[in-house]
Structure formats: C-alpha cells, structure tokens
Design a protein around this ligand. Structure first.
Ligand code: BGC
Length: 709
C-alpha cells in the first residue's frame, strides 16, 4: 500500500468535527495486558485510536464498540507478527528474521510478508509491528534474532521486500522498528544509552529505513533507547527533521511500549508525566503505545495552552491517513477468509523459505548421506524442543506465557520429528544427552553416548533456549552453555559420523564443536518446518544455498566482529584469538562447487548518476544442481573519511545446473558508492574504487573503477 493523500479533504472535515478528547483518544494505543482491565474497557468506550495484542473475536468486539462512539472512527489493531502471525496458535510460523535473512531471497521474503498479511488480516487485525530494521552488530544483544543481520544493504533490501509483501494489497500496515540505532547500546544491554554520531547514523542505520519508507511503509516505531543522551522519544531532529521531513515519511510514528512514561521513570529526562507527553508529541511521535495516562495529560496540556493544537491535528491526520489508506472506513473492508490461517499455500511458502534459510557451515563429505542409515541416533537438548526452535515472539513467549502443556496447533517439525518423517525406513532413537543450561547429570550424557555407539550416524542438535535469547535477554557470554560442547566431544570419540545441527537465536561461539563435527548446519530459529528442512537437507533432498547474514565470533570478547569495519591500523587482532570472525558474513557451503570467471564491468570510468553492469560467469563444477548467492562489494580506496574495505552493494541468487555455466549481470548504481562526509553530507567522492564479486568474502575477485567529477 502506498499511503494515499487522496483523503486529505475528508480528514480535514473529520478533524473539524472532532473534540479535543476524541482527537487525543486517537493518539492512544492500549493493550488489554499490563494494567487494570478497566483502563482497557474505558478506552473502548472513549474511541481509542488503536489496540494491540487483541486477536480475532476480541478485536471484532472492540471494533463494534467503536461503532457506538460519536465519531465512529475505526480503531487500528496492531500485533507483533514478527515471523508470521506467530502470537496466534495455529498460524504459520516462519523462520525468525535472522534465519530468513540467510536466504538472501527478497522475492521469497516478500511472498512470506504477503502470506503473513493475509493471516493477520483474516484474524481481524490491520497492522504488523514488523519488520525490524535494527542492525545486528553486537551479538550479545538479546534481539539479534529479530534482525536481518549486520549489513545495512542486506537489511534494507530485505526490509523493503517484506514491507512490500505486507502492504502491497492493502491488507495490513507495516511498522518499521525500532527507530533508530537500537541494538548499539553500550555493552549490548537492551535500551541502554547509545553513542552513535549523526555521521554513523546516516552511514549505517538510516539507509535501511530510507529503503523501507520508499517501499511504502505506513508506520514507524520509536526505539526505547537514547542516542548520545537524547531519548529517542524526545529526538526531534531524528523524528521530525530526518524521518518526516527529509525522508518524506507521510505515515504515523508510534512509540514503543510505555516510552512516554519511561521518559520520567527510567530515563529521568522529564520531571513529570505531563512533560513527557509534551516532549513526546513535540518531538514527532503521533501515537503513544500503552502509556495510558497520555490521554488525560495531553488534554490538559492543550487546554492550558502548553501543547499546540496544530501538533495534535497533525498527528491525528497522519493516523487517519493510514486508516483511510487501509480501507478501515469502508463498510466492506477487505478481509481474507479465516481458512487462509495456516493454509497449505502458506505452508508451501514456509517450506521454500525454510529450505533456503539453512546454512551449511561445515561438511567433510558426510553430507548428503550417501545411504539410508539403518540406525540414527538423535541426540542433544534442542532436537525435540519446539519452543527453542521457534525462538522469540510466538504464543509461547508473548504476550502471556502459554501454559506448560500448550502445543502448537499447526503442523510443526522439530529435528527429531523431521528425521523420523524423512528417514521413515530407518530406526530413529533419541536421547537428550544434556540440557542447554546447567550441569546435567552424567547419566543423561551416558545414555546418549550409548545410543550413538549403537548407531550408524549421530545427529546432534544443540544451541540456545528462550531463556537465553530474545527481548530483554542479552548475554555477556556467547560460548555454548551447559555441557553441550562436552557432549559433542564425547560423541566424536565414539568414531561415528557426527552431524551437528544448531538451533539457536543468534551466532554462538562454537569452540571445538566445529572440529568435532563431520558436518555443521545452522538453522537459527527455523519456525514450524526448521526440523523437517534440516532432515531433508541431510538426506540430500535439496542442495543448501543459504549464506550467513551475520558474522560468527570466535570468542565473546571479540564481539563486535561485523565484516564491514574500517581498516585495522595498529593492532589488527586480539593477542589471544585468531584474526577475523569464525564464520564470515556471506559464508555458506553447498553440496556442489561454483567457479567464478570473466569478471567484467561495463565501464572502467563513471560519474554520479551512472548505472553500470558488473558481470561474471559462474560454473557449477559439481554433480548436483544448485542455487548460488552472488555477492558484490565495493571499496573506496582513498576517501576523506574512513570507509569499510568491503561493503556489500549488490547480490543476486542464481540457479546453476550441474556442469552448467550461467552469465550473471548485477546492476551497480554509482550513487550507491557515496559516503557520508565529516559534515554529514552524502557525497560521491571521485577517485579509485574496487568492485569485488564472489561467493564469499574469502573468494572475492576484483575489477577497478574510477569515479570522475
Ligand atoms: C518491543 C516492540 C514490540 C512492542 C509491542 C516492545 O517491548 O520492543 O518490538 O512491538 O513491545 O509488543
């Protein structure tokens, strides 16, 4: 959906009719959780502008209440549909954002966005609090699982794609979050202060928002934290001047949960709640999530002349614009049939996306399995833990903890169930071996080793669990927890082939698990089908093509280790850890090999505004068909400010049949080689550049490009 400006006259009429109280109610978003039920009931009657975490029939009932208010303005219902409509048990749960980013497949991610929009819309809701545009650089941060990884270009491309998927048919509004710099806090402690310069914001953090705003996003969510001491909720420059004026964002801005109240209670940036309300609105926030006292204070401030009515009108106009654009005022608002929730079509999209989201990190030739094993020993704490596999933001984790005995209603596969399904003719037995956390009993470990000794192949599934991963769950130690490393070591000692599958929220420091595994597969949080697709990949039913959207550190103390840092200068490495990340951004193996030849560029000299073509021939030299992600980077050799020595500026995914050669062309917009100079201006500096293409950072080939005035 592109936000429509066709309703401005109608909105002016509505604004002229509305009372102050009705306007402020539009700016209020309320959740039935977290505070007294009467507050929620009250806002239903008052004509609250938005409700969150209200599903299905409950949303219908709230909508019906709005019909009985004087102005009959429909509320907009928001939901944390972060990887599918995942707070609803029965909806399709896709891989987490970090997992799906491994596919590097914008068109598939767009399809997933559309399928999610259909399910959310069918459930009577209008607005997804997705996508997350935070950049996962400091992987200690608990919410890295929610990001598309560490690179602004990849994040921007995938965020634009999923936004188009959500919004294209006008089924739901997207919400770009969290604006801005969230995830860069000191020590990666959620929502602590962040020191980022405006230059860095413009270089790294703003471009994904620009892409997604251009893709038609209707709303943006203000981050919890602060930048250089200025709370984001109070960041007039970034909210008004940059987002609304410079990026031309016409939709509305919603705060994150209780941001208004936190200005006083947590950030101590204002002395009173009322002052918090004034600052929030003046700085450019249009809707207040869940600081329900906003309503009474805002009314009083306007009456006392302390808050301008014009700002209120502007905020309400933006909210109504999105409501009109979504068709919420139409009597026959488009609603998808309920049957689309968990439908076969959506499961098929999920299957395709999950297969492409798996990354093969190691393989000594054991995979794909050459023969069907008679006995498979499945071992490890995450082999049959669907909660760990789903990760954050499902009905298990939000909004209320599901009772212990809750099970997913949809079709879901842990790795154990996936293996039993795919290897239906094998004997598949399971022993946990150890827990993810804590010192598990020797008896558990011994049982697993005995099982391994008696099997033809061992599939070990380890990683992290919800207690270590997700919102508010930052980690100081990223090394594998509990006795998991020891378990893999002991399995290796049995002499049986050990295939390790990782089910985890984010990159972990894997230590000797790497040497002790004959093959290593990263699934991150794979959603409903993570376990099935892992089993299919082990069986060779498809050729893995996923590549990492994020670097893996060797040790916790090496974090952050993202690839596009500026050139090292004096000491390029820590004395006690090898140089570079353990697995690079852009790395991933396949069951075949690709050879890159004939790298060329359509011109070796160019200027601002030009669009060049970079081409390369890729040969599949193995005997299995495959899909290869082709990565393109650039290096501005000499520049007025430091720039990364390798920065992603293009990619594509091509199918290459066994023994075939494919000619690949990548467009290169010269303006994308711009930098942000010391005055915070985005400029293209003439000079020498390198354009690099390859299947991983370690195998890039280079052509030269000169930029002239
Ligand atoms: C999170 C947001 C989320 C909101 C509503 C907050 O705690 O930071 O990402 O959308 O809650 O659930």
């Amino acid at each position: 959906m592109k936000i429509s400006m066709a309703y401005e006259a109608r909105i002016s009429e509505i604004l002229a009719e509305m009372t102050l109280e009705e306007k402020i109610a539009q700016m209020q978003q309320v959740s039935p959780e977290s505070f007294r039920p009467e507050v929620f009931e009250n806002f239903r009657k008052l004509g609250g502008g938005s409700f969150l975490h209200v599903l299905g029939k409950d949303a219908d009932a709230v909508r019906a209440d709005a019909e009985n208010t004087r102005m009959k303005i429909p509320p907009i219902f928001g939901i944390d549909a972060i990887h599918g409509h995942s707070l609803l048990n029965g909806a399709v749960i896709y891989p987490s954002q970090l997992a799906m980013a491994c596919s590097w497949n914008p068109s598939l991610i767009k399809k997933m966005g559309k399928a999610t929009a259909e399910e959310v819309n069918a459930d009577g809701l209008d607005w997804v609090f997705s996508p997350v545009l935070c950049i996962g650089r400091d992987t200690r941060w608990g919410r890295v699982d929610e990001t598309f990884g560490e690179d602004p270009y990849l994040v921007g491309t995938l965020a634009a794609a999923i936004t188009e998927g959500y919004e294209e048919d006008g089924l739901v509004a997207a919400c770009l979050k969290h604006y801005i710099g969230y995830g860069e806090e000191t020590g990666a402690r959620d929502a602590y202060d962040t020191e980022i310069s405006m230059r860095k914001i413009r270089e790294v953090f703003l471009p994904p928002f620009r892409r997604a705003v251009e893709a038609g996003a209707s709303t943006v969510m203000t981050a919890y934290g602060s930048i250089s001491g200025v709370p984001m909720t109070a960041h007039r420059q970034l909210l008004r001047e940059v987002l609304k004026d410079e990026l031309g964002f016409d939709g509305f801005v919603v705060t994150d949960w209780y941001n208004v109240g936190s200005l006083r209670t947590k950030q101590k940036a204002v002395e009173s709640f009322a002052d918090g309300v004034r600052v929030t609105v003046e700085s450019g926030n249009d809707m207040s999530m869940n600081s329900y006292q906003f309503y009474e204070h805002a009314i009083r401030l306007v009456k006392e002349g302390k808050l301008s009515m014009e700002l209120i009108d502007e905020a309400v106009r933006r909210i109504l614009r999105v409501k009109f654009s979504l068709g919420l005022f139409d009597e026959n608002k488009k609603r998808m049939p309920k049957e689309c929730i968990g439908s076969k079509e959506h499961i098929e999209i999920n299957h395709a996306l999950t297969c492409e989201s798996l990354v093969l990190l190691e393989n000594n030739g054991v995979l794909p399995l050459k023969e069907t094993p008679k006995k498979i020993a499945v071992v490890g704490p995450n082999a049959d833990d669907i909660r760990a596999q789903y990760g954050d933001w499902t009905f298990f984790s939000h909004p209320n903890r599901a009772p212990e005995d809750t099970m997913p209603k949809g079709d879901y596969y842990t790795v154990l169930r996936g293996l039993k399904t795919v290897f239906a003719d094998s004997e598949v037995a399971y022993a946990k071996g150890c827990d993810v956390m804590g010192y598990s009993a020797d008896t558990m470990m011994n049982e697993a080793i005995a099982l391994a000794e008696d099997a033809d192949v061992v599939i070990a599934v380890i990683g992290d669990i919800l207690a270590q991963n997700g919102e508010g769950k930052d980690r100081a130690v990223l090394e594998l927890s509990g006795r998991q490393g020891e378990l893999i070591r002991k399995l290796k000692a049995t002499g049986k082939p050990v295939i390790t599958v990782l089910v985890n929220g984010k990159p972990l420091c894997l230590g000797d698990v790497i040497e002790n595994s004959d093959a290593l597969i990263e699934t991150f949080n794979g959603g409903d089908l993570g376990g099935l697709c892992a089993a299919e990949m082990i069986a060779g039913k498809f050729n893995p093509s996923g590549k990492l959207p994020i670097s893996f550190p060797r040790a916790s103390g090496q974090v952050p280790c993202y690839y596009n840092q500026y050139a090292g200068w004096h000491a390029t490495k820590y004395m006690d850890v090898d140089e570079g990340s353990r697995y690079d951004f852009g790395y991933g193996l396949s069951y075949t090999n690709y050879e890159y030849k004939n790298l060329a560029i359509s011109a070796d000299t160019a200027k601002a505004g030009d669009v060049l073509t970079v081409s390369v021939d890729i040969t599949n030299t193995g005997d299995m068909d495959g899909a290869e992600i082709v990565e393109m980077y650039y290096n501005d050799l000499y520049s007025s400010v430091l720039t990364p020595t390798r920065q992603l500026c293009g990619f594509t995914k091509v199918f290459v049949g066994a023994g075939e050669t494919v000619h690949v062309e990548l467009p290169l917009a010269v303006n994308d080689l711009s930098l942000v100079n010391a005055n915070c201006e985005t400029v293209l500096e003439p000079g020498d550049f390198e354009i690099m293409v390859g299947g991983s950072l370690a195998t890039l080939q280079t052509v030269a490009l000169k930029i002239t005035e």
